[in-house]
Design a protein around this ligand. Structure first.
Ligand code: GRF
Length: 222
């Protein structure tokens, strides 16, 4: 079966890119990476991509007059590489409505919260300050409004009493690295169907476990 060709857009560390790279090395994985684009020359993710022998493009927003021109350059590179699905993986530039419309239903993002809660930046600090008992991550189709769009895969993790933004971020990252490759594989294998603005998953087992935090089977007070 032909593999779905991905374009991965990054700006920084690229650990989600790495998770996708690792997944594409598996025999029955449904996708391959055709191009990695970074808008930052010092993004560590660029080294990850080069080490994996992937095609890489550095497209800096600073080299373009406005967002429309920058978006056009991104689109041209993605087209030239034959990309079929664009994966935003820590890409820190807003994409214009025209770009989003052109890649409608072929453009996905990973966000480090349980959307629709905690859209935007500085998520982990805000989750802790809100006293939320759970956080997690969401892979979703991109729509013009930031961090919105049909949800494909989510994972929840408990927020621990001792969590700092850094420790919470690191545990959210662990589940991100499972969710992003899973979402891409489901799309590649035709198991993600959009029905209006909602995703229906085809032949996918529902998780039956319940998470309660604090766990009620432990003494409530010591
Ligand atoms: C991730 O937490 C992702 O959810 C958010 O940006 C972060 C990127 O991390 N959109 P990395 O560059 O993949 O390590």
């Amino acid at each position: 079966m032909a593999r779905l060709r991905l374009g991965v857009l990054i700006s920084g560390h690229g650990s989600n890119l790495q998770a996708l790279i690792d997944a594409t090395r598996k025999a029955h994985y449904g996708a391959e990476i055709g191009l990695v684009i970074s808008n930052q020359s010092d993004a560590y993710g660029l080294s990850r991509a080069r080490d994996a022998g992937l095609s890489v493009a550095l497209i800096s927003h600073r080299d373009y007059r406005d967002r429309a021109e920058f978006d056009e350059a991104l689109g041209a590179a993605l087209d030239e590489a034959g990309v079929e699905l664009v994966c935003l993986a820590g890409f820190m530039r807003m994409l214009g409505d025209a770009f989003v419309a052109r890649w409608q239903d072929r453009l996905i993002n990973i966000h480090p919260s349980l959307l629709p809660a905690f859209k935007g930046l500085d998520v982990h600090r805000r989750v802790i300050e809100a006293g939320a008992r759970f956080s997690g991550c969401t892979v979703h189709y991109v729509r013009p409004e930031v961090d919105s769009g049909p949800i494909i895969v989510q994972a929840a993790i408990p927020v621990l009493s001792a969590d700092t933004p850094a420790t919470l971020e690191s545990r959210v990252h662990e589940v991100e690295h499972r969710c992003y490759p899973l979402a891409v594989d489901l799309i590649a294998k035709g198991r993600v169907r959009l029905e209006g603005e909602r995703v229906r998953l085809i032949d996918v087992r529902d998780a039956r476990g319940r998470l309660i935090n604090p766990a009620p089977d432990e003494p409530m007070l010591s």
